[in-house]
Design a protein around this ligand. Structure first.
Ligand code: NDP
Ligand code: 2IT
Length: 418
């Protein structure tokens, strides 16, 4: 990706030099710089004030040891991260990712994107992200609990309800947030809104579980409506089968679409008659099993190993909801060839820059993650408000606040963000 603006291209060069071995972070910065070219041409004051130099450097980066004891009594050691990226408009806010692929570069790219996403919600939240290379998959509840408690034993001193408010992300759901919240409370003797995505009995918000997936579909429906289309009777392919994917599938179905495929990191299922979401929820949310198991109940559906093949299924709308860089140029070309006219990102940075170029060259309606998946953090912001006020709103009250709480529902934004 070649930047025409000399100042931006020099700053990108310096950023690459300074952040070696962090390709995802550089990719996220380069994408934003590309979109900022017309702004920088007109706004010399931003250059003079060093705004972009400040944007590419997180305010604070914390790396720590997370020792915990496994079920065999053996000490395991993971690495924990919290990148407090930017607090210009509010406390640092962003999720905690637990996945073996997590390293500083991943947490920085996610924190960088979170800054823009959070400001788009119009709520007063800065940006941050955290995580660990711990893999919750295949671990017992006790192991996950001991890891989460150890993680919080270091993290608690760096966070707080007016300073930094973590939440869920890949591998961190209500169970992990619960263990972390309990440990925070024990260490500080404070019951406060320091984490979002909490259980409903201890300060969680109705609607948070559904928020990212539902928000993605609200956003996509607006984008479609602005182009004389809708979800009704459309074929939808969704990658992932976690929190974002499941509730995107639920809302897309409610809006009249047929969701024919879902995946996990091992493979995907294709059910041409439309996926059975109740069973997916049972498999994924309750039993924590692999998506492969789906075909044991639905013999008409197919299970295919490998992740990228999911994009070869003909569809009208693709909603990548698994992970970064999951759609490359080749997959984007296949989607377009098969008639896909809309891609909206539930995951963070799921499309490579080359894939985005394919969308734009072919007139695909494209909803970038920073806007399209902001529903999750929006409801996190609403959870913070409820915690501060010591109130709980109904699901309808939360759902209703989406237009006023969040500019991201306004379709003009997706054009500004490409
Ligand atoms: P979950 O952990 O609930 O689910 C993740 C899903 O993606 C799982 O099906 C997982 O499969 C799959 N997956 C994860 N890593 C890979 C990989 N490397 N290759 C293929 N598949 C993979 O996470 P979420 O649903 O919460 O998050 C999904 C995406 O959405 C992430 O990019 C996250 O940053 C983003 N996001 C999440 C928000 C939230 O509120 N939770 C808000 C906004 C964005 P497996 O089980 O096999 O690992
Ligand atoms: O990427 C994201 O926006 C999230 N993982 C949600 C962050 C939050 O604070 O709710």
């Amino acid at each position: 990706m070649a930047l025409k603006n000399h100042y931006l291209s020099e700053l990108l060069r310096a950023t690459i030099q300074r952040n070696k071995g962090e390709p995802e972070f550089i990719q996220a910065v380069a994408e934003v710089f590309e979109t900022l070219e017309p702004v920088i041409e007109k706004r010399q004051d931003l250059v003079e004030a060093g705004v972009l130099e400040r944007l590419v450097e997180p305010e604070r980066q914390i790396i720590f040891r997370v020792p915990w004891v496994d079920d065999n009594g053996k000490v395991q050691v993971n690495r924990g991260f919290r990148v407090q990226y930017n607090s210009a408009i509010g406390p640092y806010k962003g999720g905690i990712r637990l996945h073996p692929s997590v390293y500083l570069g991943i947490v920085k790219f996610l924190g960088f994107e979170q800054v823009f996403k959070n400001s788009l919600t119009t709520l007063p939240m800065g940006g941050g992200k955290g995580g660990s290379d711990f893999d919750p998959k295949g671990k017992s509840d006790g192991e996950v609990m001991r890891f989460c408690q150890s993680f919080m034993t270091e993290l608690y001193r760096h966070i707080g309800s007016t300073c930094d408010v973590p939440a869920g992300d890949t591998g961190t759901g209500a169970r992990e947030i619960g263990y972390m919240f309990g440990q925070y409370k024990r260490l500080t003797n404070e019951f406060t809104g320091v984490l979002t995505g909490k259980g409903l009995m201890y300060g969680g918000s109705l609607g948070r579980k559904e928020a990212t997936g539902y928000g993605l579909c609200y956003f996509t429906e607006e984008m479609l409506r602005a182009n004389g289309k809708s979800f009704k009777d459309k074929i939808v392919v969704i990658s992932g089968s976690g929190n974002v994917a499941i509730y995107a599938a639920e809302k897309a179905t409610e809006l009249g679409a047929k969701v024919v495929a879902l995946s996990d990191s091992a493979g995907y299922i294709y059910d041409p008659s439309g996926v059975d979401l109740d069973y997916i929820k049972q498999l994924k949310e309750v039993e924590r099993k692999r998506i492969k198991e789906y075909v044991s109940l639905h013999s008409d559906a197919k299970y295919i190993e490998g992740c990228t093949g999911i994009w070869t299924i003909p569809c009208d709308i693709a909603l990548p909801c698994a992970t970064q860089n999951e759609i490359d140029k080749k997959s984007a070309e296949i989607l377009v060839k098969n008639g896909c006219f809309t891609v909206a990102e539930g995951a963070n940075m799921p499309s490579t820059p080359e894939a985005i170029a394919v969308y734009l060259q072919n007139g695909v309606l494209y909803g970038p993650g920073k806007a399209a998946n902001a529903g999750g953090v929006t409801v996190s912001g609403l959870e913070m408000s409820q915690n501060s006020a010591r109130l709980s709103w109904t699901f309808e009250e939360v759902d209703e606040k989406k237009p006023q709480g969040s500019l991201v529902w306004k379709v003009t934004i997706w054009q500004a963000l490409i």
